[in-house]
Design a protein around this ligand. Structure first.
Ligand code: GLA
Length: 497
């Protein structure tokens, strides 16, 4: 009898033990110290021990590739269309999911998600985009914009105090006087909208107008960041459905530069809508009558170089994000030459911000970074700690002769003109008839070489300025140069008189 009872209770309890049903919408919302609410959503369908569905970040969705349930425990691998992958696992406890999230380049983190009736990220009726028209040039950025941006070093840790310190340092370091005049706050400044829909900064930035005034008082210009989607890439409030209102707010604060990043707009629109969506903010900025440099950031999708200027863009990102590695920096370099013809005064290809001084590359690699950005007529937005620059970092960012190449008034973007094994030659014609040349050694060991001047139509005896050594020399066929691993030489060849 005792055995029968045990058998029957197992029979009836077993389904209960395995009855966890994770099907549903699970929403996590955590208020951060800056007042912003961090959100993540899991939309799950359970079928037996299989889980399908998606994980939603504010910036986009990751589809579940593999999902399984075992009792109350589950594990999931999910990825975006372009391969960004999250792994997570956790347990159902009562009516909450306790999840450990593992994302690339992040420490694992614990979240608790509650059952939710609706998906907080769902936008049901996406507003129609305007009809396409061409905007006239706004007259800004006649040479590539120069300045400093908070993202590469501080990411979400930027605040009012740090921006003021950076403004002071841009002046005392000589960066401002060398041309780095835009001080741009990237993502994570955004707070909530009020009842009238007006955007406010979060509590890291108590008074944006006062901060802009401070930055202006230092002889600098003030930049800010937003997204055409409902959320920025870091999950803060975007400008969706508030474009004109936000442009007015920025103008009232004294904003001189807007970086506008696609991010969560990808939930709402296909890439084919990008031009219309960017045009909407282009029109809104123009309507403010304040000169505001317009920086498009949609990772070079939809051939932005073909229409970026026509939506009022002064620069457009040509690739995904840079990081502080030689490998990534050179991956970006490799796609720039093919689109060189689209850059020109007022509208520039943007291979992303500088990592110089952030510690992930050698001094030689950072020199290559600066040399190539100058050859490409790229915007020079430093991303390092300007308060504490090493002598090497200063000598790179403040090299006036290299900056002069970047800022050349003719505004022709250079390109890779030749290569011989690991040695590459990049050339750029300059306004006064001079030519800039960068020779890069991509090998992991130093290289000795003779520069084939004649093949580049540089006559023997031409005056050549070495822009890193700050020395004059004369082009000679038998002259040998040594380039360190991943390093470069940069020359300015004088036009024949
Ligand atoms: C995007 C941009 C980056 C940076 C982040 C901030 O990823 O490409 O440059 O602005 O957004 O979230």
């Amino acid at each position: 009898m005792r055995h029968l009872i045990a058998f029957l209770s197992l029979m009836f309890c077993a389904p209960l033990l395995f009855a966890a049903d994770l099907t549903g919408i699970w929403s996590q919302a955590t208020k951060q110290p800056d007042g912003h609410t961090d959100r993540m959503v899991l939309v799950l369908q359970q079928s037996g021990s299989q889980l399908t569905g998606k994980i939603e970040h504010p910036w986009g969705n990751l589809n579940i590739q593999q999902g399984s349930v075992d009792g109350n425990h589950f594990s999931i691998t999910a990825r975006t269309d372009d391969g960004y992958t999250i792994a997570c696992d956790g347990t159902l406890q009562g009516d909450q999911l306790h999840v450990t999230m593992r994302e690339p380049n992040h420490e694992p983190r614990e979240i608790v998600a509650d059952r939710s009736k609706s998906d907080p990220f769902l936008v049901v009726n996406v507003l129609a985009s305007p009809a396409i028209h061409d905007l006239p040039p706004n007259g800004l950025a006649k040479t590539p914009p120069m300045g400093w941006n908070s993202w590469n070093l501080f990411a979400g840790r930027i605040d009012d105090k740090t921006v003021r310190e950076m403004a002071d340092a841009l002046v005392t370091s000589g960066m401002r006087d060398a041309g780095y005049v835009y001080l741009n706050i990237d993502d994570t400044w955004e707070g909530d909208r009020d009842a009238s829909g007006v955007i406010h900064s979060n509590n890291k930035f108590p008074d944006m107008k006062a901060l802009a005034d401070y930055v202006h008082s230092k002889g600098l210009k003030f930049g800010i960041y937003s997204s055409p989607g409902p959320y920025t890439c870091a999950g803060y409030e975007g400008s969706y459905a508030h474009e004109a209102q936000d442009a007015k707010t920025y103008a009232a604060w004294g904003v001189d530069y807007l970086k506008y990043v696609w991010c969560s707009a990808a939930r709402l629109y296909p890439d084919s809508a990008m031009r219309a969506v960017y045009q909407e903010m282009g029109d809104a900025l123009r309507a403010t009558n304040r000169p505001i440099v317009y920086s498009l950031c949609q990772y070079g999708r939809a051939n932005v170089w073909e229409w970026g200027a026509l939506v009022g863009g002064n620069l457009w990102r040509t690739t995904g994000d840079i990081n502080d590695t030689y490998k990534r920096m050179m991956e970006i370099v490799d796609s720039q030459s093919a689109i060189a013809k689209y850059a020109g005064p007022g509208h520039w290809n943007d291979p992303d911000m500088l990592e110089i001084g952030n510690g992930g590359m050698t001094t030689d690699e950072y020199r290559t970074h600066m040399s190539l950005w100058a050859i490409f007529a790229a915007p020079l937005l430093a991303g390092n700690d300007v308060r504490t620059m090493s002598p090497d970092t200063r000598s790179i960012l403040l090299n006036q002769e290299v900056i002069a190449v970047d800022q050349d008034l003719m505004g022709v973007q250079g390109h890779r003109a030749d290569r011989a094994g690991d040695i590459e030659y990049y050339a750029r014609p300059l306004n006064n008839g001079d030519m800039a040349l960068v020779v890069v050694n991509r090998a992991d060991a130093s290289a000795s070489l003779k520069i084939p001047w004649s093949e580049m139509h540089i006559a023997e005896g031409t005056k050549v300025r070495d822009l890193w050594k700050h020395e004059d020399l004369t082009a000679k066929a038998d002259q040998s140069f040594t380039i360190p691993a991943h390093g470069s030489l940069m020359f300015r060849m004088r036009a024949p008189k």
